[in-house]
Structures are given as structure tokens and as C-alpha cells.
Design a protein around this ligand. Structure first.
Ligand code: LUZ
Ligand code: MOS
Length: 753
């Protein structure tokens, strides 16, 4: 987005000096050499902050600029402002700092053992798991690990701050949450929010990485612009962005699962150690969603799940598509896989028997309106699963260097911000006298297509051509107190606000037409820009009615407000009805593993997804495709590596592998399960942003099954991502298999088709 905003001449450029040490006490900071470089305008430290040096959203534990301690490698210490971006970066290298090093903790379990928690632990409980385990025939315990994930939005973090009239600022920010930027900027500058116009045109991707973490970069620009009275821009270099910003929270977890003789899961216990990094950021909320989704798509009558938000010396980890949900789901899928291994059956047998039914209770008290079995059964029939299984079995029986694996991945994701108050949105709709319509909402377009959906809502309510509607940038002067575009809920919340505003204007237009036709508003309709009376076409068009209404001095503008009804949650008892509805689906994944090299391909992902009644199949399909591939990346190749000193080793795209076109499943089938249940989705078109990421978990378990086909005794740990290195180790954890390879006969099919 920043690239599309023309630069004002005289614009200065910023760059941050980040701590070279992950934990320590600052003894001295010397910026003199940097400050005297030609082209450097000024260097700012925390001492230059007019208001509060604090940007923590949930917990006030995050200074904008370090004062006397540093808590992660790359933590901002000073801000350089220069005539060019190159000079700013060169000056950063001339800053000298002396730090007394303290112990660096990167492991959440060590942090927890040291009592280093950001918020007190939370426990979700239903039934009595301790008692229920006594009735279980089969009990299995284990651990599971999921690593972090780099957001890798194509557009890095950045902002452009421009001094405006009367001690105010206009700040273009690549943020999912313009209000979060405005609120923290006001506090740091010590001014009121009404002086800060944050404007967001569209982002080159967010994925959660700009829900909270866009704020600091916008404030850096604003701080410099405020002091220097000049426009200041900062678009991070990719390596700055990777080093200084937080990622998906890694988790280390323990599980215990108990089944009865019929393979019903009777009891489940889990302990989640969340690696939050050096500050709270959104981690306490992410932690909560892990608990909400700890039983995924299954009904378990006795559950006890505890989660620890552990402070470590990594950059503060944050929201990432799924927001802790995927981390929780991976653990119960690992528990089921472990049980299936021990019982000599497929995980699918256990999964299928335990799918949620309508009326079943989640551990947090809400009752399910479930499409879990509908999605699963449809997938089994539509994709002829028995045939796929037979093909895999015969392939595996006749190939020893390649093995195939299959998995099922049912998903269930709750739609609404888990913080009830965030489930509100507003829209401002103007109908101009020429019949064109301008819509502003709190929704931020970041490639997910929300602006197109907002446009569809307005055009549908008015029954006018979409060319008549324009969606504005997201701007804090037009729409106030917005929730971030997050939680898959943006189209629902803002779409409903657009709907409310448009319906109010529509009613006035109908009243106006009724006066003209000397009848009742109830018999007036607008269809395809024509006015109907008693379902009879008239000569009057949309444009005629608009101008006639304006001439009667009737308002053609409206501000709509929507707050999701019926949701509540009491966190003193951890029970309530926090979600407007749930989204369901099932993915069937098949993979082929090269058993010499450890590399693999995803042959096919065939899924059935609960869209409700989609309002835009092209956008929704795009969300499924993107989410799935992003989930496959998280589960297979994307490996974040911090060393013991807390330094990011996977700090560029040469050392951090993300999915490319070759990682996309060779075959991708998406079936739209159309469900017509009344729900709180906009036009009953269910939220689609985050849920598909979790289908990627299926790839992990399909790979594990392929490894088992080669080496049934493999001791492979539940540790994602399943990189080719881990696959190789899994394949050869028993050396007798090497002999098997030598026996491969000439002429055997080496390359699968
Ligand atoms: N952000 C947030 C989210 O602040 N609260 C949530 O519940 C949430 N869920 C998913 C993604 N982002
Ligand atoms: Mo998000 S993880 O919906 O910002």
C-alpha cells in the first residue's frame, strides 16, 4: 500500500537500531558517529517520547524504545531519521551499544519452570477427566511440538507520517488495526486520538502479523514527523522485518487421551506451553483460542486443558491466521494418531467415531450446531475414499523407494473475537445526488477480498450495479473505534454494519417514492435500478429517485452500527457462548515420500468445506487455496530457527523456505457444502479467512503415515514442521531398512506418476 502513495518532496526516511543482544542491561549507548553522518537529521531514543513509552495492547509490558534493559535480539533501541533510506540504514550500523548480558531463555517450558508467565495460567474443564480415565480401556500420553511461522506478507511493515494542520498528523499505515495504531500513537505522543488520522488503503498481506505489530512502525514515523515537522516514511527491509517482528507462537504441549472399547474418546487432558516471546502482545488472547479449539471437531465429555503464556527472550509472538487454534488442534490430532498406532488401526477410525453432533457441548459451554459429520461423510462418498485407499495400498505393496500416505483432517473453528467487546463494527454510507454510492467501513482490505464483499452488500441491498458503489480506504476520521480486521469476522461485522446503514437509506428512499406515487412504502421495490410499485415497473430509475429525495431535503447518508447479538463469556468460570457460529470441514490429503531423499510431494487435497451460502465463490475458493497452502507450509517446510543466544538464524528467504508453486497439491478439489442453517454470517455466507489453514495439518499426518508404510516401527516424534530432514530421520530410525533398499530390483518403478 505504501508504494501507491506519492511521496511529498522533503520526505525523510527512518530506520531502527535493534538490540544486538537478546537479554541484558544497557550500560551505554553512543549515537555520535551516526548522528554526524552527512544526511542524518536526528536520532531519537526513549528520552524523546513526549507521552508514555508504552505500546502493550493487553498487558502494558512493551516499551516502544528500550530504556535500560533489552529483552530480545532486535528490540528497538534508537530511531535514525535521514534524507534517504540508505543513509538511515548506514547510520544504524554506526551506533554503538554496551550491554551487560543476562541469561537468554528461548524455551517456554524453562520459562514456565522459572515462573516467568505473562498472565496467570488458564484452565478449561468439562466433566471430570481424572475420574473418567479410570473407566478408559485405552490411555495414551505424549508430547507434541509446533514451531512458529513467519507471516511473510509480501509488503513488509511500514508507515508514512505527514504533519497536518493544527498539530495533527495523517499517517498511512500498513495495519490491520487502524484504531490500535491511533490509540497507542496518541498515548506515545501525549495527544488526543482526534488529532490522528490513520489511513489504510490496502495491505500487501497481513495474516495476523499486522493486527498488533504494525503499531510500532507507524509510531516511529509519527514520533519523528511530530518533532521534525516533516513527512517521515519507513518501509522495513525484509531482513529487518524478519528479525524484529514476532511470529506465530510456537507451542510445546503434553497430552493424555483415554478411549473406551468402542473407540469413543472419554477423557482428554492437555497442557500447553506457549512461547509468547518477550512481551504479551496478543499472546494471552492466542492462548485462549488454543483452549477453545483444543478438542477440534470432536465431542469429548471429560476435558481438562491448561495453558501457560510463557515469557521468553524472543521477539513478541503474535496473531497468525488461526490464532492459537491450529496449535491446539495439532495436539489432539497427535493424541489420536498415537492411539491409532498403538491400537493398530487408522486415525480415521477414531476421528470419525468422535465427530461433534448438533447439541454436543464444547468444553467452554457452547452447544454445537454441527456440520462435522456432514462434511466428513460427503468427502468419503464424493472422493471415493475406499478407492483411494486401495490405490495407496497397492502402490505401497509394489514400491519400496516411494511410499504414499493418506490422512483425514476435520476442522471446527469458532467465528467471533473471543474478546466479546471487539465484536462490533461501523459503516458510513453516502448516496450522492448523481446516484453513486460511497462506503466506508472499519474493514481493512489485505487481499482477502473484503472490499468486494462490502461492495456486494451495498449493491445487493440497493439493487444497483456494483459500478455505482465505491469502497473507501479505512480511515479513523470516517470510522471510529474499529476492531482490527481479524478473527475471520471482518466481512460479517462490517458487512452487517453496511447492511444496516443501507437499509435505513433504502427505507427513506421507499418513503420518498411512496409519496411520489401516492401509496405506501411497503409496496415500493427497487430492482436493478428501477422503481417498482406493486411489482409493476415504473418509469422511475434509481437516479431519478435519489435526486428527487435529495430535493425534498431528506438525508441520503447513514452511519450503521452492528454488534454481534447473543454472544457472552464468563472467564471466571470459563463458560459461555463466545462464538456467533462455527465453520466445519474435512480434508483428505494424500502424499508421496521419496524414501531415499526424504523429500515429498502432496499428491492431492480433497476437501469438503462448510461455506454456509457463499456470497462470492471465487473469493471464498481463493481463501481456501491460500489458507491450505499456508497451512502446508507451516506443517512441512517453514522452519524458524533461533540459536541459544536468541538470534534468528532463518532470517532470510535463503534459509527460511516458504511454499512455492511446486508445493501446491498437484490435485486440489474443493467441494462447497452449502448449508442453509440460520446463522449470524453476512447473507449466511460463512467466514472463510482462517479455517482452511488448519487443513494443512492433514499433510503432516499423511506424511507420517507414508513414513510408517516404509518403516512401521518409526519412532518419529510429533514435532512440526515435518521437514525433509525429519522425514529422513523417521524413515531410517531403524537401520534394517537400509538393507531393504539394496534389495530393490532393477526395473522397479522409481518415479511415481
Ligand atoms: N484476534 C483477536 C484474533 O484479537 N481475537 C481473536 O479472537 C482472534 N481470533 C482469530 C484471529 N485473530
Ligand atoms: Mo488474525 S490471526 O485474524 O489477525
Amino acid at each position: 500500500m505504501l508504494e501507491s502513495i506519492p511521496l511529498i518532496s522533503g520526505t525523510l526516511f527512518a530506520a531502527v537500531f535493534g538490540s544486538p543482544v537478546a537479554h541484558g542491561k544497557i550500560i551505554s549507548l553512543d549515537v555520535s558517529a551516526a548522528e554526524s553522518m552527512p544526511g542524518v537529521k536526528r536520532i531519537f531514543t526513549y528520552k524523546d517520547i513526549p507521552g508514555k513509552n508504552q505500546i502493550g495492547g493487553i498487558v502494558p509490558d512493551e516499551p516502544l524504545l528500550a530504556e535500560d534493559e533489552v529483552h530480545f535480539d532486535g528490540m528497538p533501541v534508537a530511531l535514525v531519521v535521514a534524507e534517504t533510506q540508505e543513509i538511515a540504514h548506514a547510520a544504524v550500523k554506526k551506533i554503538k551499544i554496551d550491554i551487560e548480558k543476562h541469561t537468554v531463555i528461548t524455551d517456554p517450558r524453562i520459562a514456565q519452570a522459572n515462573g516467568s508467565l505473562i498472565v496467570p495460567p488458564r484452565t478449561f474443564k468439562m466433566g471430570d477427566s481424572t475420574k473418567a480415565f479410570k473407566d478408559c480401556v485405552h490411555i495414551f500420553e505424549g508430547t507434541a511440538e509446533t514451531n512458529g511461522q513467519e507471516h511473510l506478507y509480501i509488503e513488509t511493515q511500514g508507515a508514512y507520517a505527514i504533519p497536518a494542520e493544527n498539530s495533527s498528523l495523517k499517517v498511512y499505515s500498513s495495519t490491520q488495526g487502524p484504531t490500535a495504531v491511533q490509540r497507542h500513537m496518541a498515548a506515545v505522543l501525549g495527544i488526543s486520538m482526534h488529532r490522528l488520522e490513520i489511513d489504510t488503503v490496502r495491505l500487501g498481506g497481513g495474516f495476523g502479523g499486522k493486527e498488533d505489530q504494525a503499531t510500532s512502525w507507524a509510531i516511529f514515523c509519527a514520533l519523528a514527523a511530530w518533532h521534525l515537522k516533516k513527512p517521515v516514511k519507513y518501509s522495513l527491509h525484509r531482513m529487518e522485518d524478519m528479525r524484529m517482528t514476532g511470529k506465530r507462537n510456537p507451542y510445546s504441549s503434553d497430552f493424555k487421551i483415554g478411549l473406551n472399547a468402542d473407540l469413543k474418546i472419554i477423557a482428554y487432558e492437555a497442557t500447553f506451553y506457549q512461547n509468547a516471546g518477550a512481551a504479551a502482545d496478543l499472546s494471552p488472547a492466542v492462548l485462549e483460542r488454543t483452549l477453545f479449539h483444543c478438542t477440534n471437531s470432536y465431542f469429548v465429555p471429560n476435558v481438562s486443558a491448561t495453558a501457560y503464556c510463557c515469557r521468553t527472550n524472543l521477539p513478541p509472538n503474535t496473531a497468525f491466521r488461526g490464532f492459537g487454534g491450529p496449535q491446539g488442534m495439532f495436539v489432539i490430532e497427535a493424541a489420536i494418531a498415537k492411539a491409532a498406532d498403538a491400537l493398530g488401526i487408522t486415525a480415521a477410525e477414531i476421528q470419525q467415531k468422535n465427530l461433534l453432533n448438533t447439541g454436543d457441548e464444547f468444553p467452554y459451554g457452547q452447544k454445537a450446531v454441527s456440520e462435522a459429520s456432514a462434511c466428513w461423510n460427503k468427502a468419503v462418498d464424493l472422493y471415493q475414499v475406499q478407492k483411494i485407499k486401495n490405490e495407496i495400498n497397492s502402490f505401497n505393496a509394489t514400491n519400496s523407494l516411494y511410499k504414499k500416505g493418506i490422512s483425514f483432517m476435520p476442522i471446527c473453528f469458532g467465528i467471533s473475537f473471543t474478546k466479546i467487546l471487539m465484536n462490533q463494527a461501523r459503516a458510513l454510507v453516502h448516496v450522492y445526488m448523481d446516484g453513486s454510492v460511497n462506503v466506508s467501513t472499519g474493514a481493512v482490505e489485505m487481499g482477502q477480498g473484503v472490499n468486494t464483499k462490502m461492495l456486494q452488500v451495498a449493491a445487493t441491498i440497493f439493487s444497483i450495479d456494483t459500478n455505482k458503489v465505491r469502497i473507501n480506504s479505512t480511515n479513523t476520521y470516517r470510522i471510529a473505534n474499529t476492531s482490527p480486521s481479524a478473527a475471520s469476522a471482518t466481512a460479517d461485522l462490517n458487512g452487517k454494519a453496511v447492511q444496516i446503514a443501507c437499509e435505513k437509506i433504502l427505507l427513506r428512499l421507499k418513503q420518498s417514492a411512496a409519496e411520489i406515487f401516492k401509496t405506501e412504502p411497503a409496496v415500493i421495490d427497487i430492482k436493478d435500478e428501477r422503481i417498482l410499485v406493486h411489482n409493476q415497473l415504473t418509469d422511475m430509475t434509481w437516479n431519478d429517485l435519489v435526486i428527487a429525495t435529495y430535493l425534498k431535503r431528506i438525508s441520503l447518508s447513514e452511519h450503521g452500527h452492528y454488534a454481534t447479538p447473543g454472544i457472552h463469556f464468563d472467564n471466571t468460570i470459563e463458560k459461555g457462548h463466545p462464538f456467533a457460529y462455527h465453520v466445519y470441514g474435512t480434508a483428505i490429503t494424500t502424499v508421496t515420500v521419496d524414501c531415499i531423499r526424504g523429500i515429498y510431494e502432496v499428491d492431492a487435497v480433497r476437501l469438503v468445506h462448510d461455506f454456509g451460502t457463499t456470497m462470492n465463490p471465487i473469493i471464498d475458493r481463493g481463501q481456501i487455496e491460500g489458507g491450505l497452502v499456508q497451512g502446508i507450509g507451516w506443517m512441512t517446510m517453514e522452519e524458524i530457527v533461533y540459536d541459544k543466544e536468541g538470534k534468528l538464524r532463518s532470517n532470510a528467504l535463503s534459509t527460511y523456505k516458504v511454499p512455492d508453486i511446486y508445493s501446491v497439491p498437484k490435485n486440489l478439489d474443493i467441494h462447497f457444502l452449502e448449508t442453509a442453517n440460520d446463522n449470524l454470517a453476512i447473507f449466511r455466507s460463512k467466514a472463510v479467512g482462517e479455517p482452511p489453514l488448519m487443513y494443512g495439518i492433514g499433510t503432516y499426518f499423511a506424511l507420517r503415515n507414508a513414513i510408517k508404510a516404509f518403516n512401521p516401527k518409526t519412532a518419529i516424534a510429533f514435532s512440526a514442521p515435518m521437514t525433509p530432514e525429519k522425514v529422513l530421520m523417521g524413515l531410517y530410525s531403524h537401520m534394517e531398512r537400509a538393507e531393504h533398499i539394496h534389495k530393490t530390483s532393477v526395473g522397479e518403478q522409481l518415479i511415481p506418476d
